[in-house]
Design a protein around this ligand. Structure first.
Ligand SMILES: *Cc1c(COP(=O)(O)O)cnc(C)c1O
Length: 292
């Protein structure tokens, strides 16, 4: 029996009656770039994450790059990231011209180890980017404490953590700025590429609005050097439908993780994920450790 890694066909069948009219609405209006569905989704996702602002962008990688650029991070600067993450976290940092500094991870959380974080600082450190890997929020309190002490920014790579909670607060609103991916296989996935940046800071929001659309606020009025990195209206319409189901899907992932933990615990030499109330994972991935 082949078990698919993620069965998007099956998921599509359950929401097809909502998805088709959402797509057709965009086809009828032909507002493919920054249409009303994109703005609507941005507001819905900001509300979902309990933050003031959300900016839809072209991918999760673009979200990280633009978030760092909004913070004015570039050549000569250093960004600390965990050694154990998806390659995009590092590539997005280097795309800004900044350098990546890797720190090791805590074996239980698989996230940045706040105890070794201190040693990674140099005078050039501009930001720490914890990654809520596998859907489990990083130990934000200790990371934020170290960051405040050094006066640097904290950027969440929340690409795997839509709906994850750290002490009752949602991923996306735990630091200065946060980055999401809507790659199809993510917990909240589009039917193509997509991403978003969330923040409570109006000045950062304003920079992001310009950066993702050629630096313009009005057509042909290019205020800064931006790029083309907008969330497709079609993808936004799809994401609005799927957002309504996200909490239920995440709850089922957590139930499955709980069950796997109970069943696998009997096996020798298998380390199962720690299930924590404080860092409530949305189990983008369920990862076990074995000696071999
Ligand atoms: C998926 C992912 C990204 C990149 O997102 P894309 O939308 O594929 O560009 C970045 N960081 C992490 C941790 C991811 O899992």
């Amino acid at each position: 029996m082949t078990v698919p890694f993620v069965d998007l066909k099956r998921q599509f069948r359950t929401i097809e009656p909502e998805i088709r009219p959402a797509i057709e609405g965009v086809l009828e209006s032909c507002a493919f770039i920054m249409g009303p569905e994109m703005r609507a989704f941005e507001q819905e996702f900001a509300r979902y994450c309990d933050v003031r602002h959300c900016v839809g962008v072209a991918s999760g990688t673009a979200a990280i790059e633009l978030a760092l650029r909004a913070l004015d991070i570039g050549p000569g600067d250093e960004v600390i990231i965990p050694a154990n993450t998806y390659v995009a976290s590092a590539l997005a940092v280097t795309a800004t011209g900044a350098s990546v500094v890797l720190v090791d991870v805590d074996p239980v959380s698989a996230n940045i180890d706040a105890d070794v974080l201190e040693r990674a600082f140099t005078p050039r450190t501009k930001a720490i980017m914890p990654v809520h890997l596998y859907g489990r929020p990083a130990d934000m309190e200790s990371i934020l404490a170290v960051a405040r002490r050094h006066g640097c920014f904290v950027v969440e790579d929340a690409a795997q953590a839509h709906g994850a909670r750290y002490r009752d607060r949602l991923a996306g609103g735990l630091a200065d700025i946060a980055c999401f991916s809507f790659y199809p296989g993510k917990n909240l996935g589009a039917y193509g590429d997509g991403g978003a940046v969330t923040t409570n800071d109006p000045a950062l929001y304003d920079r992001l609005i310009l950066l993702r659309d050629f630096g313009q606020r009005r057509k042909y009025e290019h205020l800064i050097k931006g790029t083309n990195s907008r969330l497709d209206t079609l993808q936004a319409a799809i994401l609005s439908v799927k957002l309504r189901h996200l909490d239920r899907w995440n709850a089922r992932r957590r139930e499955a993780a709980q069950l796997y933990n109970e069943l696998l615990r009997e096996l020798p030499d298998v380390a199962v994920p720690d299930i924590s109330k404080e860092c409530e994972s949305v189990f983008h991935l369920y990862v076990i450790e074995v000696p071999d």
